[in-house]
Structure formats: C-alpha cells, structure tokens
Design a protein around this ligand. Structure first.
Ligand code: AHG
Ligand code: MN
Ligand code: MN
Length: 346
C-alpha cells in the first residue's frame, strides 16, 4: 500500500479505492457507503456554514426519541444522510439518533449487506452559538437471513464494526474514519469541494494534556468518579494536572484529544446511571476509531466494544482517549453509583 504523507494530494475517493484494493474479497459496497457519506458530509457542511443566514438555526416544535427538542439542523442532517445512502444498494437498513425505530430501505431500492447507524448532528445545542458540531457513523455487516435489515442486525457489539467515522464541522470540515486499518483524516477543500488526505495514520499519544468532562454533575457522581477527577486534575498529588477543555460537542472534544492526547469522560451519575451518550452511534464508532489509533474506551465496567447491546438507543458511561489516561479510570472505578448524598452531608 502506498504510504501517503500529508503532502500527497490524495482525495478521499482515491484513498478509499486504495484501501479497498487491500481486501481482495472486497465488492466495493463498503467503499460506496463511504463515498455516499463523504457527499452527505459536504452537504451538511454547506448547511452548517450558512445556518445563520438561511433561518435554519434554532429548534423545531418536535422532540425526538431521546426526549430532546430537535434542532432544525438535526432534522436536515438526518434527511441528508438518509437520502444520500438509501438508494445505493449497499445497505439493508439504517438507525439514527433522530428516529425511534430502524429505517428500512424503500421498496423500490435494492438492499445490500451492510447496516448504517448514525448521529446526524452531534452537539446540536451548540449550533446557534457557532460552536463546532459533528456527525458520527458506524457500519456493521448484516447477520440475519433475508434481504431486509432487522433489529438484531443493529444490536451488535462494537467489535463487529467494519467501519466507523465522524465529521467535524469546525474551523475546517474534517472527515476521520477507519475500516480497521488505522485512522485517517481528510480536510474539505471548499474551493474544489474535495476531502483531501491531511492526517494519514492518526495515532493518539499514550497520555495527554486535556481532560474533557462536564463537572457541573459533580454532586451526582459516585465517590470513585469524584476521586478520579481529582486525580486527573492533579489535586491528589499523584500526577500532573490536566488542562480542562469541554466544548459540549462530543465530536469536537474527542477530535482534539485524538490528535493531542487526553481523555473525554461522561460518567454515570445518579440522574443518568448510564450517562447521556448513546452506545451504538456515539460510543461504539468513536471507540473503534480510538482503539485503531492506539487509544482506549471503557464504560468504567468494561471495554465499550464488548458491550452487548439490548436497545437501539441505549446509553453508556464513556471514558475515551489516551490509553494511559483511560487506564487510570479503570484503576480507580468499579463501584456502582451511590444514591445522591445530600450536599449538607459533605
Ligand atoms: P447530541 O447533540 O447528538 O444529542 O449530542 C450531544 C452530546 C455530546 O455531543 C456532548 O458531549 C454532550 O451531549 C454534552 O452533554 P452535557 O451538556 O450534559 O455536558
Ligand atoms: Mn450526539
Ligand atoms: Mn445528535
């Protein structure tokens, strides 16, 4: 395989084709899904860039299956992705954060052997204030008989993923993905409308400077989690203090830690014992990516990629990033979340 450097001018389509050639048994279906997702990413980037001008900021009157108010861009991004991939004949079904059930392929389109699970717009609460948002996707192979996708096809552990990636709509638009042969980043050149290879073979440092956690939930954490965060902050004298950076968009926080090293944590708490983040289309794809980059991802109890899913929208606590920093979490966690301790009792 040609070892590209960031100075080679390689489009994502070219890179996908070269990766496909490494799999003699490849039929090109997975490559086709990645092409379609890159197209969807360009279309969503275009909407995000001009959101303030085209009256598509703000919320709809609807709430999604998560019980969250749907932002207009959530709905637009959801539609863009579905319409970009539903007719290619590579998928047998999809699942989206914005849809309660699995999304079947329309009758007039051919079904394929893959399932796509996605968070069309991550970090929605940041849209109106021009803070980076993202898209996250995961691809698994169909395991049930028949042509149409079933819930069982969606509820596979993350170690069964064949591809995963995210798009970050930030200062620049980047698409980062893995198919199990390393992690590669592409930056959109808006002047030619192409994603160009900018970050080949991304590796996450074994420990890092950045801690990303929303500590407004501190009073809801268990004592173990509180002790863990004190450790990361250098308050117990066991290690140097990490710098806290928390954007509130998982993709933005994850991407910074992937490139620079560090840890993102969304712990279990007494209000959300499983935390807030969704396993199938947030934690699993990012866990696949971070492990492929030499990092780690745990729920605190187990490796994210080994969690056996039971529900499409199930949540999981998440500690993800540099392996050395995740190992500290594993060494200090393990007790269940305790009931909320009245503040006066502290
Ligand atoms: P989404 O917009 O897809 O619902 O995801 C939002 C998530 C994630 O992006 C971010 O890390 C987290 O919500 C922030 O939650 P808090 O505001 O509770 O910290
Ligand atoms: Mn999200
Ligand atoms: Mn979302």
């Amino acid at each position: 395989m040609v070892k590209h450097t960031a100075t080679s001018v390689v489009t994502i389509d070219r890179y996908i084709i070269e990766e496909e050639k490494l799999h003699p048994e490849a039929t090109g279906e997975l490559s086709g899904i990645l092409y379609d997702l890159a197209l969807a990413a360009k279309m969503i980037a275009n909407k995000v860039r001009s959101a303030g001008l085209a009256d598509i900021l703000g919320a709809t009157e609807d709430t999604n299956v998560q019980g969250e108010i749907q932002q207009k861009l959530d709905v637009i991004a959801n539609e863009i992705i579905i319409k970009a991939v539903d007719h290619g004949g590579r998928l047998c079904a999809m699942a989206s954060e914005e849809e309660p059930d699995i999304i079947q392929i329309p009758d007039n389109f051919k079904c394929g052997k893959y399932c796509l699970l996605f968070d069309p717009l991550d970090g929605s609460s940041n849209i109106d204030v021009n803070v980076p948002v993202g898209t996250i996707f995961s691809v698994v192979k169909k395991i049930t008989r028949g042509t149409r996708g079933e819930m069982e096809d969606m509820l596979q552990p993350g170690r069964r993923q064949v591809a995963a990636g995210y798009v970050i709509y930030g200062a620049s638009t980047m698409l980062v993905y893995t198919t199990g042969r390393g992690v590669h980043g592409f930056t959109l050149d808006p002047s030619i409308g192409e994603f160009l290879l900018s970050h080949p073979h991304i590796r996450v440092p074994n420990s890092g400077r950045y801690l990303s956690v929303n500590d407004s939930y501190e009073r809801l954490w268990s004592d173990d989690v509180r002790a863990l965060m004190r450790r990361y902050r250098g308050l117990d004298g066991q290690r140097a203090a990490m710098n806290v950076r928390y954007v509130g968009s998982l993709v933005a926080d994850f991407h910074r830690n992937l490139l620079g090293g560090g840890l993102f944590a969304y712990p279990s708490n007494t209000k959300n014992v499983k935390g807030k983040l969704r396993l199938l289309y947030e934690a699993n794809p990012l866990a696949f990516i971070v492990e492929q980059a030499g990092g780690a991802a745990t729920s605190g109890d187990m490796r994210i990629l080994d969690i056996e899913p039971t529900d499409l929208h199930q949540r999981t606590p998440l500690y993800i990033g540099s392996k050395g920093d995740v190992d500290i979490a594993l060494s200090m966690l393990g007790k269940p979340v305790v009931d909320e301790i009245p503040l006066a009792a502290r």
